[in-house]
Design a protein around this ligand. Sequence first.
Ligand code: CTP
Ligand code: MG
Length: 229
Amino acid sequence: KNVAVILPAAGSGRRFGQDENKLFALLAGRPIWLVAAERLRAHRRVARIVMPISDQDRPRFEGEFASQVDALGIELACGGAERTDSVRAGVDRVAGDAAVQLIAIHDAARPLVRSADLDAVFAKADHTGAAILATPVTATVKQSLDAGASCRTIDRSTLWLAQTPQVFALDVLQRAYAKHRGRPATDDAELVGRIGVHVALVPGSPDNLKITHPNDLIVAEAILKTQHE
Ligand code: CTP
Ligand code: MG
C-alpha cells in the first residue's frame, strides 16, 4: 500500500442546485461521496484517504456519517474556498509520509471510477511521476468568433477531457503546490505542468463522470446498474 488519496469534498454544488452539498445526494441509496470513498478504499494500493470538507458540512460528517468515516479510515481535513485550496490542505496532510510514493487526487463527485482504471493510472504514474485519466473528445468542437456571429471547427483528434484521479509522485505535487501562487487552475495537472513536468494521459472510461448537474445523477444511476451486470 503506497498511494495516498485526496478526495476533495469541500464544494457546495452550486450548479447542482440543491440547498445542501450535492455530495449528500443519494446514488442508489447512498451519498455520492460515500460511493466514491468506498471505491478508492477497496483498491489494494490505497493506504490513506484524506477528505477535505467545508466547515459548513463538518457537523454532518462528524455526526450523521461518523460511522462511515471511521469505518473507511477517512481523515477529514479543512477544505478552502477554491478546489485548489482544498487539495492543498490534503497535500499538506500527506507531506512527509515516508510510506507514500504516489498521491492520487480524486473528486468526491466522481463516484463510479472503475478499479481497472485506477490500476492503469497508478501504474502509469509509477513510471512517469504524473498521469491522469481522460477520455477522447467525441463532439465536434467549435470556437466562437465575434461573440458567436461565426465559428470555426477545432480539430478534435488531439483533444481529451480530463478526469480524476490525477496521480503524481508525492514530491512532484509538493513542488507544484509550493510554486503555486494564486493564478487559478481548474485541475492539478495544470499546476504540475507549470513546473515543467509532463503529465501522461491514460485513456479512462466515460463511466467516470462527474456529478455536476442533476441530470448527471440520472445517468450515474443507469451506469451503476450496468457496472453490476
Ligand atoms: N471542491 C472542494 N473545494 C472547493 C470546491 C470544490 O473540495 N472549494 C470539490 C467538490 O466537492 C467536488 C470536486 O472538488 O468533489 C469537484 O468540484 P465541482 O464538481 O466543481 O463541485 P462544486 O464546486 O461543489 O460544484 P459547483 O462548482 O457547481 O459549485
Ligand atoms: Mg466547483
